[in-house]
Design a protein around this ligand. Sequence first.
Ligand SMILES: Nc1nc2c(c(=O)[nH]1)N[C@H]1C(S)=C(S)[C@@H](COP(=O)(O)O)O[C@H]1N2
Ligand SMILES: [Mo]
Length: 412
Amino acid sequence: MADGNSANGKTRSRFTRRALLAGAGGGVLAAPVLAQRLIGDGMIDLGLPGGPSERPLTPRFPGKGEMIVHRVRPPVLETPMAVFDHGTITPNDRFFVRWNWDMPTQINAAAHRVAVGGAVRQPVSLTLDDVANAGDHVDVVAINQCAGNGRGFSQPRVTGGQWGNGAMGCARWTGVRLKDVLAKAGVADGAARVRFAGLDVPMVDGAPQFIKSIPIDIAMRDDVLVAWGMNGEPLPLLHGYPLRIVVPGWFSTYWVKMLSTIEVLTGDDDSYYVAKTYRVPTAPVTPQDKGFETVPVSVMPPRSFITSHADGAIIALGQPLELRGIAMGGDAALARVDLVGAGLELPCKLGPDEGTYGFRRWTLRIPEVTGDLAQIGVRATNANGITQPAEQAWNPSGYARNVIERINLRAQ
Ligand SMILES: Nc1nc2c(c(=O)[nH]1)N[C@H]1C(S)=C(S)[C@@H](COP(=O)(O)O)O[C@H]1N2
Ligand SMILES: [Mo]
């Protein structure tokens, strides 16, 4: 939720054109080292069923701390789960990265423009200053999660990047409201959707452009931003410098990076990444089903994770056990987290609330360990009463996984 404007002089001057131009990490990305060299660093087992489960783990991707490398070009980097044990905000240098096509490794911020057109009264071309001056500056703490996060655990396997659960992160995003940027052009009557394009570089001839749209009522929300700040820093190039869309509560496929075009549509969006992909079935399907009805993937369901212990960890028999982790409500506030499994059903204590759309810490103290804790997990419930399921409904792209994630702890 937009937790208040920061329209005071201090925040305003912090993201002046100079800051946007000269920001740490903004503007240029060093050439990524060769995949071959990354593989030398070490491997991490993601526990993916039915296929190769190990991936390179390296601290040497430009601009990043230790990350799991799925691809170097375009960059597809996953956050190791251990990072989520450190706090509810994911540091920029440990934040997962995903580009569908290639990304420019250099941006000329002074020359950058955002074109606002389509069904508007007056098309405009905005500089970064124009965007920064379009309205109040707003901070939102929100989780950016790939719709395919955890897809690698799908059974049967599905196509697409075989992510573990680290294609998510939570940051404090700073920017202006999208509706204030739209107001510079004036939204015309009959507007149905707002579509975004970035500076993506196609990698093959005829590749569809990565453009995405959201319904106009979502675009007009007070907490949907054109953002330039990520955890108090200018957006790193990998995360969309100089500007990206932020849609709290929605999967990050709509959070278009390196924003260059905003287009108001009066009808449906028939572009590839809305009409053909990033879609989920409207009713349960099996791997044999074909031709079923689908809708664009949109809001996130609740999820939760144990971060204090990995699967197979040893716990001390006869001793108290402190468990902890993170949880999210998705498109509604988190209401509760319960530990389930091993014959237990225990409410967890929730940590500070940093906003509807952020991660929240949970903790649980079990007074005495009396034996192994087999197949335990946490189950988050949001304010709309949506609860994580015990079984994952399968879909052909493995989107929106939110089954209760279970681990085994051995007492000795
Ligand atoms: N311009 C642009 N924006 C994009 C994408 C892209 O390929 N190009 N990928 C989207 C998808 S699918 C994801 S998961 C997120 C990843 O955001 P991040 O790299 O900042 O973590 O960016 C979204 N925005
Ligand atoms: Mo994604």
